[in-house]
Design a protein around this ligand. Structure first.
Ligand code: HEM
Length: 428
């Protein structure tokens, strides 16, 4: 069993365009027009070249679904080791915070190569089973209704992320792991803004603040894991600690701590954004919202269509381990790859009228938003369950819910995670 690489290593080294690869000198996923609406630009990028080198980013960008699938399903050639690394260099002050001798999580899932990834992932399967999701369902329904009660009792309009979309997924993943409810406020504070650290462009002060929260949260995870040795419950952390004790040579204690550390991020901000994106898709299209109010059995497919049409994750990364050829272009080893989900999820030869949001679309689930292959998102069913239960609760309890007209909708600068920073809603 190998020790594993650092959880948040330095950014991939800047590389030059592979010879023969088209070069785009202007485009970056952080350009204002792309952040405002990536889809028409992503469409044009794919029309211009299925794959190109983005000079601003220093990555080879892959636009077509078939090429993204090739990348995802060949992990020996396209390694996932960089996926948690910051895209841009981290300043000295934040690096100093993370240099604390006890900040030592190791790569365990998304950023761990084979064969260790498969060794560790097998221990997480039971945790994400249908049985565990079933036990979580009553909790999600109860909290969704409590948050709606609080929202309806307060003033209108209401900022929906603070009132609902941020707390619910955080609390859900904390219950899944087994953290006590009494620690929720502390945990929600530590786990906010994490997406900015690796995939955004935070200021130096913001980097330091996030790094301090990551360190505090890691220390909490370690203390919490230690308590699980003597206090087992029906939760994911207890299962992992029991697995370690049953075979300490196959899953190390540090790996158990690191899986727990990683899950709170994986399961939080992307779900917050997906809930908001669902409202952005549905509330202005009143006829489709009303269909869900009248017939909640339409909600599961509506969720699939939200995941295709307006995912909270519009890209993911890999790095080549050897020279290879993709879409007819030769790419050398150590080239960072940016997979453009925003392009592939609206590819016209795969999705009819791809720019139309349609809750009845029969192949909506053929999107790429949760990845593919050995690293396919472990939490995809949990994320979709949460959005389904949220839409069931909102359509039944607040059928008149609507967006406040004229509000600016903007996503923070982020190369991967997409969702509004603020969402004002009102109701009758
Ligand atoms: C809207 C919400 C979510 C989106 C869009 C999303 C997306 C993704 C993507 C694209 C990957 C990488 C796939 C690959 O490299 O092939 C991934 C991996 C992963 N996701 Fe999610 N995810 C979401 C929610 C969750 C939740 C709720 C959890 C857990 C509570 C979770 C846990 C994970 C884990 C552990 C991995 C790494 C799996 C591995 O490497 O074996 N995700 N996710």
């Amino acid at each position: 069993m190998s020790e594993g690489n650092d959880y948040h290593a330095a950014p991939a080294a800047m590389v030059k365009a592979p010879s023969g690869c088209p070069v785009n000198h202007e485009w970056s996923p952080l350009n204002d027009d792309y952040l405002a609406d990536p889809y028409p630009i992503a469409y044009q990028l794919r029309e211009d070249a299925p794959i190109f080198f983005a000079e601003e980013l220093g990555y080879v960008v892959v636009n077509r679904m078939e090429d993204i699938v090739e990348v995802f399903t060949n992990p020996d050639v396209y390694a996932s080791t960089i996926v948690q690394n910051p895209v841009f260099p981290i300043g000295d002050r934040a690096a100093e915070v993370l240099a604390a001798p006890d900040f030592n999580p190791v790569a365990v899932m998304s950023n761990r190569p084979e064969p260790d990834h498969g060794r560790i992932r097998k221990y997480t399967r039971a945790g994400f089973s249908r049985r565990r999701l079933k036990t979580l369902e009553p909790y999600i329904v109860r909290r969704a209704n409590e948050l709606i009660d609080d929202m309806l009792a307060g003033d209108k309009p209401r900022e929906f992320i603070e009132a609902f979309a941020f707390p619910l997924p955080g609390e859900t993943v904390f219950r899944f792991i087994g953290f006590p409810e009494s620690d929720d406020e502390l945990l929600k504070n530590w786990c906010s803004d994490r997406k900015a650290f690796s995939w955004g462009r935070p200021t130096e002060d913001e980097q330091v603040e996030i790094a301090e929260k990551m360190l505090a949260y890691w220390r909490y995870c370690r203390e919490f894991t230690a308590t699980k040795r003597d206090n087992r419950a029906d939760d994911f952390a207890s299962e992992l600690v029991a697995d370690h004790e049953a075979d300490p040579d196959d899953i190390s204690y540090r790996e158990v701590e690191s899986v727990i550390y990683g899950l709170s991020f994986a399961g939080h901000e992307a779900v917050t954004a997906l809930i908001c994106n669902a409202l952005l898709c549905l509330l202005p299209r009143r006829d489709q919202w009303q269909q869900l109010v009248d017939d909640p059995s339409l909600i599961p497919n509506a969720v699939e269509e939200v995941v295709r049409f307006e995912s909270s994750q519009v890209s993911w990364r890999r790095i080549t381990t050897q020279g290879t050829t993709l879409a007819g272009v030769d790419i050398p080893a150590n080239t960072p790859i940016f997979m453009n989900f925003a392009s592939a999820n609206r590819q016209p030869d795969l999705f009819e009228n791809p720019t139309t949001f349609d809750i009845h679309r029969s192949n909506a689930a053929h999107n790429i938003s949760f990845g593919k292959g050995i690293h396919f998102c472990l939490g995809a069913n949990l994320a979709k369950l949460e959005v389904k239960l949220v839409l069931e609760a909102l359509t039944q309890r607040v059928p008149s819910l609507r967006l406040v007209e004229g509000q600016p909708i903007w996503s923070s600068p982020n190369i991967t995670f997409r969702g509004p920073e603020q969402l004002l809603v009102t109701w009758d």
